[in-house]
Each structure stands twice: as C-alpha cells, then as structure tokens.
Write a protein that binds this ligand. Sequence first.
Ligand code: AHM
Ligand code: MG
Length: 296
Amino acid sequence: MITVQEYLREHGCDEDLGRLISLIADQADPIRGAFIANQSYATTLNSSGEVQAELDAWADDHLIRVMKGSGLVSRIASEEQDEVVECPGSCSDYTVVMDPLDGSSLIAVNLAVGSIFGIYKGPILQKGRNLAAALYLLYGPMTTLTLSIGSGVATFALADDGRFLLMEDGIRMPEGSIYGSGGTRPEWTGKHTAFITSIEDGGGKVRYSGSFVADFHQILKYGGLYAYPASRGRPEGKLRLVFEAQPIGFLAMQAGGRISDGFTDILDILPTDVHQKIPIYVGSRGLIERLESMEE
Ligand code: AHM
Ligand code: MG
C-alpha cells in the first residue's frame, strides 16, 4: 500500500510542497469530525454575499489556523475571506487558494461535499496552468484525496489509521455521456441550451448533485460534462475562477480532460480579482471541443 507521502517522494515532489500537501491531507479527519457539531447556518455572508453554513466558517478558520502555524505557506486566499491572508515568517513562497467547504448547501442533507485547494509558487493571481499542485478532499462514503502535482492524477482513500492510501494512479478521463448543469433551463443562454440538448439527444444521462467536487469526481472517472454556465441574469455564472475553476481544471487537464468558459481554456485566463466568477464547462476533451466550436 502506497501512502500519499510515499507517492509524493516517488514523484519527485519538492519537499516543502510535499509537506504542505501532507498537512492539508491531515485536515480531512478533523473537518469530517466537525460535521455533526456544525449543522446550522451561520449569520454571516461570505465575500460573494452567500449565507455561510457554520461548517463553511469552521473549516475556513481551521484550515487558515493550521496553515498559518505551519510556516509552509506565504499567503492564503479563501472563498470565505474578503482579503488575502498573509502568513509572515513562512519558509517557502507558496500560495494556497481554497474553497474550504464546497457544496455546503448539501451538509444538512448528508450528501457528499468537498474541500478544494490550489497551490502556486509565488503570487495568487496566476494562470491555472501554473499551479504547482491541485487537490480536493471528497467527504463521501469514503473520504478521498484526489491530487495532481503536474504528473498525472491520483486518488487516495483515508484509512482507519489516518493514512491516505493510493487507490488509483494515472487516472485518465474517458469520453463519456454523464452530464450535469447548474442554473435553470429558462435562464440558460441559447448556446448552452443547444449544447445540453445535443448531449441529451446523444443519449446523455443527467447526474447532478449540487456539489462541484462530487459531481466532478464522477466525470473524472466516467467521462462526460459538468457545467455551471452563464445565465441571462448572471452572465459571470456562479462558481469562482481562482477557488474552484483553476484547481479542478488543472486536475481535469492532468487526466486528459478540459475546462472551458465556453470559448477558451480557463487555464489560460489570468485572473484580475481573487473573487471573480466564471462560467464553467469541465469534462471530456471531445465534448468541450464540440462546445467551443459551436456558434453563439
Ligand atoms: P459553495 O462553494 O458556496 O458551496 O457553492 C458552490 C456550489 C457547487 O459545489 C455546486 O456545483 C453549485 O454551487 C451548486 O449550485 P446550485 O445549487 O445553484 O445548483
Ligand atoms: Mg464552492
């Protein structure tokens, strides 16, 4: 059985980066353990004006405290924080971007949710293609860690003894026909409606839970499409470029898939604001290329 630490060493991961990934992996257990005690909604709004679940705030506080104290991170940008958190005295120049608890509207109904992380060397506002590592924790029937340090994608499962053990390495995203789209059909744009209809006409099977991490994970394994599109009332979509699209897109790309805003590869977009939103299409390469070639 290969642990995540052994995997990182075998793949020649930079030592500080490996320690940081290991530190993040170690937080799966405390976060999972906090679910029962943090079931309600907080009275606070996050930077996007969304009501925070108690667990959103708990996971955010916890992760920031642990990372700040580690000396391994120079700055942290979180979906739950208005401002970038500076970490003086760090021994490295790593930036962590994170969505501490993604899919939090599903906590109360006990569906799978996750935590998303991207790690950059240097400043925050970089193209997703520059990520040194991207990873997510998925709290489902198993707790899993899906990781890329730029040499493919691997998934690990959390064992009873607290170690993450390798389940699958070299994951390749197949072409597939599972699909899920956020938003509502009356609000979708013409191009999005036509694209989804073409998938349905081709025998596509809808599977959408409302948790980006969980919905993406099945696309990673089975192929297909996850979309949170622009809508008539919300041209920028719902999900965030830096915290959600870049790390998940990096993992998709590393598995042979693609991420797009409908026109261009999201990994080539330089963010101008930490909290900016973007329409997201992520999934099998063939499907995303078909979308990009469609007329408006
Ligand atoms: P969150 O980060 O505040 O939890 O919001 C992101 C979530 C994604 O996990 C999910 O894909 C999407 O919002 C679901 O939105 P909707 O309920 O509109 O379908
Ligand atoms: Mg999120």
